[in-house]
Design a protein around this ligand. Structure first.
Ligand SMILES: [Zn+2]
Length: 94
């Protein structure tokens, strides 16, 4: 609840500055993201069905648990590649 409240403040402020109500869409997007995030995360750990395009995410995320200081993204490793944890793991695996 605190996370949604903290994110609602800038969303409402941005909507006010832009003169258009962007906060409702942003908050619905947050909810959809967090529900998908939790569902995919549990399916990765419990061996549940995932769409074929998310299967590489299972291996990527499980490597996070074997090397806890790396691979923080659950299904899209964008920030891992941008901020370096994936490169650190590559060095460890050499
Ligand atoms: Zn996990």
């Amino acid at each position: 609840m605190l996370l949604f409240t903290l994110n609602a403040v800038p969303a409402v402020a941005i909507g006010y500055l832009l003169g258009m109500p962007v906060a409702p869409g942003m908050m619905v997007s947050f909810v959809v993201y967090f529900i998908a995030n939790e569902e995919i995360h549990w399916r990765i750990h419990l061996g549940g069905w995932l769409p074929s395009w998310l299967e590489p995410a299972r291996k990527h995320h499980l490597m996070h648990h074997s090397v806890p200081e790396a691979r923080f993204n659950i299904f899209l490793p964008v920030s891992d590649f941008l901020f370096g944890p994936a490169r650190s793991v590559a060095k460890i695996n050499r």
